[in-house]
Design a protein around this ligand. Structure first.
Ligand code: COI
Length: 357
């Protein structure tokens, strides 16, 4: 499908790769699509990146009927532009859509929009190792209406942002607070959906943790506050003895694309892998017994983020002497190499964007 393009007259200056942070610089263009509950999505177009005009009564702003995704495009040394597993993000977007009463988007149209936008703004895909073009698709409810009900009208957009590491620490291990007062999700809630409300409601605990010097909080389950869930900006995994363990995706955590890829790569390395419930008590006991070898997060923005310290109530566990663990390093190297086209894509994860102009 050919999408009509209105080009920005004067392309914006691009920042040097070594000045990129995360998510504060946006490319020249964005993709837009209008949605109506009964008839679906129409009017695909690419236009210059810029403000949207919204009524103050817009439902999405009041009741968080809003969903999003995050995926990345990478530049290979021979200047191919590669998307990492976009089908997974599109599927998850549509699962979030169902949960939030947003009309799903035809996966073919979604992928076509992604690739045409990235193709148009391909000069914005940074070159340096550790950098990429972050892609943020969003759909939100547009009706001006204060009744609590699903909107009739919707806006979908895709914006692009050249990025480096998500955490200010870069690949340096993070200090994480295990949150014992607030919760992120409960059984039957929206924990598995990528919806704005999950992030808004996480901010307070995150800010409290930042004040005490932690990068993020690790959420426990919403009922017993015992079972490990996720960090919020990434899934979490533990090396216990010789096994890689991560909480199961049973409705309260995000089904991370990086999480799934890490589990596959660890199996490829010959490791034993388990998706099973794991309590904070088990983690602390393993640490005391010398069995907790590594802890790391996995996410699109976060890639692989090693954890140096877990702080739970008045107990602090230092992981792997505060150093990046061998598995986290190996996974980071392998995943980054596949994503940048430096190693064979054995699992068919990469989708090349036709970059011919
Ligand atoms: C991602 O990893 O893409 C996320 O959405 C996490 C965060 C930046 C919200």
């Amino acid at each position: 499908m050919d999408i009509p393009i209105t080009r920005l007259q004067q392309p914006k200056p691009k920042p040097p790769d070594d000045e990129l942070g995360f998510g504060q610089i946006f490319t020249d263009h964005m993709f837009l699509l209008d949605g109506v509950a009964d008839t679906g999505w129409s009017n695909p177009r690419i236009v210059p990146y810029g403000p949207l005009s919204l009524e103050p009564a817009t439902v999405g702003l009041h009741y968080a009927q809003a969903i999003f995704e995050g995926l990345k495009a990478y530049r290979s040394p021979d200047d191919k532009i590669l998307l990492f597993r976009p089908d997974r993000n599109i599927d998850r977007f549509n699962r979030s859509a169902v949960r939030l009463c947003v009309p799903p988007i035809d996966p073919e149209l979604f992928l076509s929009a992604l690739t045409q936008l990235v193709k148009l703004d391909q000069d914005w895909v940074p070159h340096a190792p550790g950098t990429s073009l972050y892609i943020r698709p969003v759909a939100f409810a547009c009706d001006p209406d204060l009744r609590v009900r699903p909107s009739h009208t919707y806006q979908f957009f895709i914006i692009l942002s050249p990025v480096a590491a998500y955490y200010a620490e870069g690949f340096k291990p993070l200090r994480i607070r295990v949150e014992d007062r607030y919760v992120r999700a409960v059984r039957g809630g929206t924990g598995a959906a990528k919806t704005a409300g999950n992030y808004g409601s996480s901010l307070f605990a995150g800010e409290e943790a930042h004040k005490d010097g932690f990068a993020q909080v690790l959420w426990l389950d919403g009922v017993e506050q015992q079972y490990i869930e996720e960090v919020g900006s990434m899934n979490i995994a533990f090396v216990l003895g010789d096994e890689l363990v991560t909480p199961p995706a049973t409705g309260t955590i995000l089904e991370g694309v990086t999480r799934a890829s890490v589990l596959q790569l660890a199996q490829d390395f010959g490791m034993q892998v388990a998706e099973r419930p794991i309590t904070i008590t088990e983690v602390l006991t393993a640490a005391r017994n010398g069995l907790l070898r590594e802890v790391f997060g996995a996410g699109t923005a976060a890639v692989i983020s090693p954890v140096s310290e877990l702080s739970y109530k008045d107990e602090t566990v230092v992981v792997n002497n505060g150093q990046v663990g061998p598995l986290a390093q190996h996974l980071f190297d392998e995943l980054s190499a596949i994503q940048r086209g430096l190693k064979p894509d054995r699992h068919g994860w990469m989708v090349e964007v036709d970059s011919s102009l």
